[in-house]
Write a protein that binds this ligand. Structure first.
Ligand SMILES: [Zn+2]
Length: 88
């Protein structure tokens, strides 16, 4: 599915692809009273030559373990999203 993206700097829209996006994840493994969580950071670089500005967003997910499946953790509910760069 194609996802369109609007650059917060130049307002140009483009179809999101891997060449302009970098995702990294950090999983919380420490025992706690709230359950497992995952933080996904997403860097996006505007593909237009006259812009090429960098945006940064973070997503915090709840993680569930599905015992009926492979036992691997699965990303579940989105708890929070932060638009860090630019801050708005
Ligand atoms: Zn742009």
């Amino acid at each position: 599915m194609e996802e369109t993206w609007t650059c917060p700097f130049c307002n140009a829209t483009s179809v999101l692809d891997d060449a302009m996006m970098q995702k990294d994840t950090s999983e919380l493994h420490l025992e706690n009273s709230e359950g497992m969580k995952e933080l996904v950071t997403v860097w996006t670089v505007c593909p237009y030559e006259n812009c090429r500005r960098v945006s940064l967003s973070c997503y915090l997910y709840e993680i569930i373990l599905d015992p009926s499946d492979t036992g691997f953790p699965k990303r579940d509910r989105l708890i929070r999203k932060w638009n860090l760069v630019p801050g708005y």
